[in-house]
Design a protein around this ligand. Sequence first.
Ligand SMILES: Cc1cc2nc3c(=O)[nH]c(=O)nc-3n(C[C@H](O)[C@H](O)[C@H](O)COP(=O)(O)OP(=O)(O)OC[C@H]3O[C@@H](n4cnc5c(N)ncnc54)[C@H](O)[C@@H]3O)c2cc1C
Length: 389
Amino acid sequence: MSTGNDPSSAIVVGAGIGGLTAAVALRRIGWSVTVLERAPIIAEVGAGLTLWPNAVSALDALGLADAVRDRAVRTVSRGNVRTSKGRWLRRSHPDDVRVLAIHRAALHDVLRRALPESTLHTDAEVVSVAEDGKVVCRCSGEEHDLAADLVVAADGVNSAIRRSLWSGDPVFQGRSVWRGVTPSGSVWPVEESLSLGRGEQVGLLPLPDERVYWFVMANADRPNQLSTDERADALRHVEGWHDPIPELVRATPPDQVLHNDVVDIDPVPSFVRDRVVLLGDAAHAMPPDLGQGACQAIEDAVVLAAALAADPDTTAALASYDDQRRARVQPMATAARESVRRTANTNPLTHLAVTLAARLVPPKAWRKATARWSDWTAPPVPQQENKRS
Ligand SMILES: Cc1cc2nc3c(=O)[nH]c(=O)nc-3n(C[C@H](O)[C@H](O)[C@H](O)COP(=O)(O)OP(=O)(O)OC[C@H]3O[C@@H](n4cnc5c(N)ncnc54)[C@H](O)[C@@H]3O)c2cc1C
């Protein structure tokens, strides 16, 4: 484990999609990287994920897009829209933006394989971080003092680093979401679709190997309403919905149905504090309505590495990262929050407006709206020799 003050050393806190991508990107520009993950193993639970063209461009800048494509299905997101009873409001159009649908575990695996094992430390919980890059880690039960030129706080929406050096607790958005991946072949083929009820949404996405990723989003009056049978709770919301939604939920093993509160954070005034940077959900957790949270974590990682490679003055490079990323991602997080207000609204007139929009908006305008956030090209991330891996 690197503990010195090497001029190009980074400690990445958290081995989620954001942390692993940051580790890959920083190693690519020749930095020495240590990833600290508090969990005993590095693995991504979770269900499916859509990767929009912006994230694919960022993965391309790291040389990983082909490996990701190999494990994904190319499809549309929100191209096919239905009512809860199955009436089509909109059918996918050739102009619709194409996304990659992938199992989170597969994306995580591609990122992990791009890193040497020696970079990754599990059972390593960061208990404090100072602005100058000093870190205290409880690694396998023992406390260690570490230091690096840069600490990347990729410790998720509940980031203890954000809360200690900045401020900002997660904000519950009055929504709950259940997710699952139905094993292969039980109901196949399944088309990508988004089905709209009053205040409720169900999404279906085909994954490789004839699996289907589904999610059910509904209003909730308070957070943390955990249940001993999450699948039954999800099913309750989709009773009477069109085929194959109830069947897909029923065919998912109950212990593999995930339930999360929808939370985000208020915008933070800066992503950088001296030698510590926020990245991914720690910096800008947003509701999942735009399907961009992980895509933005991947973008963050690439922009951070590109900025550090372009400017030998680390302070200036971090300022550039801060400017670029806040300008792009904070309006997006606000838009995701506004989207929740619309889709959670149970007023019949609002629901009518949402369904009418799906029916009447012409393909070009639909594309423009969905491409609003995905139209982004990654900066190059120059491959440099890693001096100290
Ligand atoms: C229902 C739902 C659907 C979504 N769909 C999409 C989608 O289709 N497309 C998309 O782009 N995004 C989507 N997202 C958003 C996406 O899941 C997140 O934005 C993304 O996973 C965030 O990654 P991260 O690495 O920043 O954080 P996390 O995945 O939360 O990783 C944080 C890591 O840090 C570790 N950690 C925490 N504290 C410490 C500590 N003190 N010391 C060491 N390690 C620590 C944790 O164990 C964890 O491994 C969705 C989210 C939800 C809830």
